[in-house]
Each structure stands twice: as structure tokens, then as C-alpha cells.
Ligand binder design. Sequence first.
Ligand code: KIV
Length: 273
Amino acid sequence: MTKYLSDDARKVTTHHLLAMKQQKEKIAMLTSYDYTIAKIVDGAGVDVILVGDSASNVMVGNATTLPITVDEMILYGRSVVRGVQHALVVVDMPFGSYQSNPFEGVDNAVRMIKETGADALKLEGGEEIIDVVRRIINAGIPVMGHLGLMPQSIHKYGTYGVRAKEDAEAEKLVRDAHLLEEAGCFGLVLEKIPATLAARVAGELSIPVIGIGAGSQVDGQVLVVADMLGMNKGFSPKFLRKYADLNTVMTDAVRQYVSDVKTCGFPNDLEQY
Ligand code: KIV
């Protein structure tokens, strides 16, 4: 049987992730936002759990990730941390919490780590945010970068389409990736970019590069847990593989429950005191 570094029962650290890249073991990362799901995801052997600001869409029902606040991310982060024993837990810093003022960014980062108990934070952007990235890392907090499609900049892009298809944007992305590595980031997420570009970045960087819609030639993959479990029927981008159809499973179960209650089929004699 193949022996993976991730079989080690100890808590995953940023050093494990680096070793996984060096030994060419792919890193499996998924989002979670609450205790119950995080416990299942962690127990099933995921290496990294991301408390993504996609919570804004998945948990709160917002159209974008922009409205979610530091307080809300802290609640989701703390709930996930309580359910996790093995995976490294990374929490997204939300829009507006680090872009305007690097000192405020460090204060928010320290607060998010103190109040969630998470292991690391993720920030979107390259050169524009490199100062605050350096300061957060200098404060002792591991940082993961995020380039390519950056949903916090959706109003700048105007679409959720594939990024960095043109040379100028691709070259900037490569420069930004190097800057983030030099600043001390322990890993990098690349979202929705051409697979060849993602492969180039993963090949040039020594830190692990995790892709979402970025092809297979990277060091690991991340998906939004509700999407890969098929909870959201209307969302089926090309990069998304649905590993279950929980929307149907849950709808059928709830329909059955409603019917049982209406017909006095639940509870039965064994289900009462
Ligand atoms: O917020 C999120 O879920 C993310 C992933 C898509 C990488 O940033």
C-alpha cells in the first residue's frame, strides 16, 4: 500500500506541506465553514481545510464574497477549528480587512488567529498587498497567497471568467507569485488560470501551489466543499467534479420526513419514550 506523508496522524504543519511538494505527494485541500462538516472532512483525510470567504456565498447567500466581515469569518473559523484534529486550518482574511492600511491588516490578522485558533491566513493579491503580507508574516502568522481569479476583486474584473490568458497578465501573475514566495508565504492558491501557466508557476516556486480550475500540474487541489458534494444544483463550472449529489439525497430525505410527519408515520412506537 502506498505510504503518504499525509498518513502521519500528527497535525499537518506548513513544513509537512513543503515536504509533500518536495516528495511529489499531492496536497488535498477543501473548504469547510462549520464544526460538523469540518469534522467529516478532517476525518476523511484532507491535508488542508480552508475557511474560505466563499462562506459569504455558501453560508450567507450573498452574491459575492465582498460583504463578509472579520467577525463572521472568526465565527466560521472557530467552528471549523473545533472540529479538526489533523488538517492545517487556513482562514481567509475578508475583503477590506487588509487592503487599506497595513497596520490595520496586521491587527485584523492577529485578532483572527487569536479568536479562531486557526493555523494560517490567506490573502488575495500580489505586489499591491506585499507590504501587509510581509508584516503579517513578521508577526509570526503563516500566510498563503491567492492569485489568478480573485473573487474579492470581482468588480474590477467584471466577470468570473478565466484570468491571465493574455501575456501581460500572465507575466504579472508569475512576478507576483515570486514576490509572495520571497515575502515568506508558505503556499499559494491559483484560481481559474490556464493549466500551462499554473504548471509554470508550480515549477518555478519552491512553495506548494494549490490549484482550483488550474489544471493537474500543480502541487495540490482545492474545491469548495458544498460544490464538490453537489449541494448546489445550479453551479457546474468545467473545473468542478461533483463527488456526490447531496442536493438530491437531502431533498429526498426531507421530502420523506415531511410525508412521514403528515401521515403520522414518524415517530413510531420505537421512536418515543
Ligand atoms: O473562498 C474560497 O473558497 C477560496 C477557494 C475557492 C480557493 O478562496
